[in-house]
Each structure stands twice: as C-alpha cells, then as structure tokens.
Ligand binder design. Structure first.
Ligand code: ZN
Length: 134
C-alpha cells in the first residue's frame, strides 16, 4: 500500500526539481574553484537559468538526467507505472528546455548543458566548460 498520497508524491517530486539541487551546487563550487565569476538564478533571462557567466555571455544549465531525459543515459529510465503521466511530463520538460535554450540563443547567449551523470567525472566537466568558453 502507498503510504504517501499521489498529491504528496508529486509535491515531493516537484521539489526535487527546485532551486539549488546538489548537482547545481557541485557545478557552482567547481566553477568557483576554476576562478569563473558567475551569477545564479538570473530572473530576467528565459527560464531563469541556474548559472550565468556574464563575461562569456554564457549560461550553464545543470540538467537532471531523469527529468530532462538525457538520451541514452542510464538515469533516464522509464518508470513502470503511470506511463502516460510520465510520458506527458517528460515531453513537457523536453519542449520547455528546447524553448528556453532557443530563447537564450536568440538573445545572444551561449548555452552549456551539464548532465547530472557527468558529475561522476569532474575533471571532464572542467575541460568541457573550458573548451566551450574559449
Ligand atoms: Zn545522464
């Protein structure tokens, strides 16, 4: 039997997507260590991006693999129950991501997406960011 009601569960789930997730914090401290100056939760930009590097006119988005459907990733698994519910949710997320990234790009911002699973290799992320900011 489910102890947690459906409403409660979706509330908990939505909180996971909230501000200041662990991966996001890790990326921030990583950028900080590398000496990058950045701003967080920039409200005036499309999608209120988590991490913004004004000097490079670049936005860093930290995406959870499950919510943002990292293609081919082990974390982007399909939940076995309530298939339609999840399908719809995933589709919405993917479309929102696309829309936000396009909006940012059309304003002249470069978008770097860091996937949650990439946090397993921080050095790789450092290299990726350095390469893309060049
Ligand atoms: Zn992934």
């Amino acid at each position: 039997m489910d102890i947690v009601s459906k409403e409660k569960r979706s509330e908990m789930m939505s909180r996971i997507r909230g501000k200041d997730t662990v991966p996001e914090k890790q990326i921030r401290s990583l950028l900080h260590q590398q000496g990058y100056r950045f701003r967080v939760h920039v409200k005036h930009l499309p999608g209120k991006p988590d991490i913004v590097l004004p000097k490079y006119r670049t936005v860093v988005l930290v995406h959870g693999c499950f919510w943002h459907r990292h293609s081919g990733c082990k974390f982007a698994y399909q939940p076995k129950s309530r298939k339609e519910f999840w399908q719809k949710k995933f589709q919405d997320n993917i479309e929102r991501d696309k829309r936000e990234q396009k909006a940012l790009q059309s304003l002249g911002w470069k978008v770097i997406v860091i996937w949650e699973c990439e946090l397993e290799d921080l050095k790789k992320i450092v290299n990726k960011i350095a390469r893309l900011l060049r």
